[in-house]
Design a protein around this ligand. Sequence first.
Ligand SMILES: [Zn+2]
Length: 220
Amino acid sequence: MFIGHYAAAFALKVVEKKASLGMLFVATQFVDILFFPFVVTGIERLTFVKNYTEVNNFYMNYYPFTHSLLASLLWGFLFYLVYKFLILKKKPNTGKIALVMGLAVVSHWFTDLIVHTADLPLFYGKPKYGFGLWNYKNATFITEAVLLLIGFLYYLSKTKPITKSGNFLGWFFVLFLILINFLNLYVLPANEDIGSLTVSALIAYFLFAMLAQFIDKKRA
Ligand SMILES: [Zn+2]
């Protein structure tokens, strides 16, 4: 899953309005932000198999340290601790901010579950789960767009624009994300170079987080 993860970021922002939307964007993709460098350094494995699914050629046969349910929970807990004790430095009434950050990290596994083939472990090896929506490209595109829109509309309904651009910038951003996913699924050729794949994924994740932070500053 790609842009659909951000539905959780928008929803959790509503749960705790003091949380940074940009950081929630980072948190929902946190295990993928680790995954690509882990593949480059040989800690985890990604094999390219032509037409493995309709959406991509990623055969992820070994990635327990980022994409097992257990690892997701541990990364979420670590994110919570770092946020609470290092970033917020035990400031009063900030526990809920750290909590939504941790939940955002964990949400990644559950949204990945919808699209991945049965490659997501609970612990380390088998059993592995995944509902396999990636076998249907159009359904994947629509599902991610709908998820993102539901999250965004919920966020819009619970926040108010504080500048004139507060509404249309948000819409512009969400439509931009859907366009990027369209290009990713239908236009751009399959990339089988892990180095450039890693760089482009990390640039996308951090760029989207910065844009999310920017549009959120226009709303209250
Ligand atoms: Zn993932």
